[in-house]
Ligand binder design. Structure first.
Ligand code: ADP
Length: 458
C-alpha cells in the first residue's frame, strides 16, 4: 500500500538531517534579521526543546518497559518514537507468545515426568541435583525442599553407588537397595547428556528380583530332589555291573529299591507338570458342576486305602451342595490334603473329613490328631518344597509340592486354603469355597448358584 502524504511528511519532518538543515536556515535568517546572539539563542532553544522531547519519550519508554503487562496502553508518540514504541510492543508480544509456549512445554514435561513409573534425577556437571520427579524422591528418600542442589553422593551413601558414580562407565545398570526402604530393590542407570550433565534413572525391581530368586531356588530344589534318587539308582546299576554273580534275592531287593526311587522321581515330575499346568496362562479353568459329595466320598475311600487300617477315619457330610469347578483339579488339590493327613498322623490317631457350611463358606475340612505344626511354619507350608520335617516327608513319599498344588487349585476356584494347627493336638486343613461357587442340590437346575436359588419362589 503506498504511504500517505501525512506519513511521508511525518517521516520527513522528524528526519534529523532535515531538522538540522531547517534549524540552520532559521538561525541564518534570524542572524541576518536580529543579529548572531538572537540566532544562537534561537538555536539553543530549539535544541533544548528537542532534547526535552526525547527525554520525555525516554521516560515513557522506561516506565512502559518496566512492566509492559501491567502499564496501560502503549505510550502515544510521534515520529521515530512512534516507530520505536511500535517495534518494542511487537517484540514484547512475540516474547510473551514464546514464553507461553515454553511454559506449556515445561508443563507437559512436568506432567509426563510425574506420570513416568521410573524415577528420574537430573544432575549438573558437579553431580548436584538439579531436579527429580516424585518417584525418584520415593526411591531415594529425597526431600523436595532441601535436597535440590545437593551432591548426590551425600544423599545416596552406599559404597556400590559411589563406585558406580566414580567409575564413569554407565553402560550397565546398577542393582542396589533403596536408601529409603531396605525392602525395595532398585535398578539404577546413569545416562550422560549435554555438556557433562547426567540423568539418573531408577526402577523398582523388587518383584522381578523376588521372581528371579524364586526361580533360582526352584531350579536348585528340583535338581536337589532329583539328584538323590538318581544317585541311588546309579549306585545300584554300578553294583550290578561290578558284581555279575550277585545273588538273585539281593538282585530283587535292589530292583525293588530302585523302583521306589524311580517312583519318587515320577511323582516329582508329575507334581511339577501339574504345577506348571496350573500356572500356565493358556490353561483357563474349564468349569462344570462338580458333584462334591461324590468327590468327597471317593477321597474318603482313598484315605482308607492309603491308611491301610492304621487310623480311624470318619466322614461327615453336612451338605449335599456342589461347586462349580474342574473335577480333576479339585480331586488333585483336595486329595493332597487327605493324603497329608494320613501321612503325617501317627497310627492309631483319628482323621476326620467334613463337607459342610462354616459361616457363609462351604468348606472341606481335613482334621487330624497328628503332631501338629509350629506356628512359624504355617504361613510357609504352601511354598514349593517347604517341609517341616524333610525326613518324614521323604519317608512317606512326599514331593514337597502337595500344598502348593492345593493352594493353586483353590485360588483358581476363588476358594481359600486355611490351616490351623496346635502342636501335640493336630491340624485342620480347610478348603473353603465362597457362596458364588456353590450350586445347591435342592430345588434348582444344575449350575444355578445357591444365592440365586434362595431368591427363587418356592
Ligand atoms: P510333602 O510332599 O512334603 O508332604 P506338602 O506340600 O504336601 O509336601 O506339605 C508341606 C509340609 O507341610 C510337609 O512336608 C509337612 O511338613 C507339612 N504338613 C502338611 N500336612 C500336614 C499335616 N496334616 N500334619 C502335619 N504336617 C503337615
Amino acid at each position: 500500500m503506498p504511504a500517505s502524504l501525512e506519513d511521508i511528511l511525518s517521516d520527513f519532518w522528524w528526519n534529523p538531517v532535515f531538522l538540522l538543515a531547517g534549524l540552520l536556515l532559521v538561525m541564518l535568517a534570524a542572524g541576518v534579521m536580529f543579529g548572531p546572539v538572537v540566532a544562537l539563542l534561537l538555536g539553543l532553544l530549539v535544541m533544548l526543546l528537542y532534547i526535552i522531547r526525547h527525554l520525555r519519550y525516554m521516560a515513557d519508554m522506561i516506565r512502559w518497559l518496566a512492566d509492559p503487562e501491567m502499564s496501560s496502553a502503549l505510550p502515544a508518540a510521534s515520529g521515530e518514537w512512534d516507530e520505536i514504541f511500535y517495534s518494542l510492543d511487537r517484540m514484547v508480544r512475540r516474547n510473551k507468545r514464546s514464553t507461553a509456549r515454553l511454559f506449556a512445554v515445561l508443563d507437559r514435561f512436568e506432567h509426563a515426568a510425574h506420570a513416568i513409573p521410573d524415577g528420574i534425577v537430573m544432575l549438573n556437571e558437579l553431580d548436584q541435583i538439579d531436579w527429580f520427579n516424585p518417584v525418584a524422591g520415593r526411591h531415594f528418600g529425597f526431600d523436595e525442599k532441601i535436597d535440590r542442589g545437593q551432591f548426590i553422593g551425600y544423599l545416596i551413601r552406599q559404597s556400590v553407588f559411589h563406585d558406580y558414580l566414580a567409575h564413569g562407565d554407565y553402560r550397565e545398570a546398577l542393582v542396589m537397595k533403596s536408601p529409603a526402604d531396605r525392602d525395595v530393590t532398585l535398578s539404577v542407570q546413569m545416562v550422560a547428556f549435554g555438556e557433562r550433565q547426567k540423568m539418573l534413572i531408577s526402577r523398582d525391581v523388587t518383584q522381578f528380583e523376588m521372581v528371579e530368586a524364586m526361580r533360582r531356588d526352584f531350579v536348585a530344589n528340583v535338581s536337589h530332589e532329583l539328584r538323590t534318587p538318581l544317585t541311588v539308582v546309579g549306585g545300584f546299576l554300578e553294583t550290578f555291573i561290578d558284581t555279575p554273580d550277585i545273588p538273585h534275592a539281593d538282585f530283587l531287593h535292589y530292583c525293588d529299591l530302585m523302583l521306589q526311587q524311580t517312583d519318587r522321581m515320577r511323582r516329582l515330575v508329575e507334581d511339577l507338570l501339574t504345577l506348571s499346568r496350573l500356572e500356565s496362562p493358556q490353561n483357563r479353568l474349564v468349569e462344570t458342576r462338580v458333584d462334591m459329595p461324590a468327590l468327597i466320598q471317593s477321597l474318603y475311600q482313598d484315605a482308607i486305602s492309603l491308611s491301610a487300617g492304621r487310623h480311624p477315619i470318619d466322614l461327615l457330610r453336612d451338605s449335599e451342595d456342589d461347586v462349580l469347578g474342574n473335577i480333576d483339579e479339585l480331586s488333585s488339590g483336595l486329595g493332597n490334603l487327605v493324603s497329608n493327613a494320613v501321612r503325617y498322623t501317627p497310627a492309631g490317631k483319628a482323621i476326620r473329613l467334613r463337607w459342610g457350611w462354616r459361616g457363609d463358606e462351604l468348606c472341606f475340612d481335613v482334621c487330624d490328631e497328628g503332631e501338629g505344626i509350629e506356628p512359624q511354619h504355617i504361613a510357609r507350608l504352601t511354598e514349593r518344597f517347604y517341609r517341616v520335617d524333610r525326613g518324614r516327608s521323604r519317608e512317606t513319599g512326599g514331593t514337597g509340592l502337595g500344598l502348593a498344588i492345593a493352594k493353586h487349585v483353590l485360588t483358581r476356584h476363588h476358594a481359600r486354603l486355611s490351616i490351623e494347627s496346635k502342636v501335640g493336638e493336630g491340624s485342620r486343613f480347610s478348603a473353603c469355597f465362597p457362596p458364588e461357587r456353590v450350586v445347591g442340590q435342592t430345588g434348582s437346575g444344575p449350575g444355578l448358584p445357591r444365592q440365586l436359588q434362595a431368591k427363587l419362589p418356592a
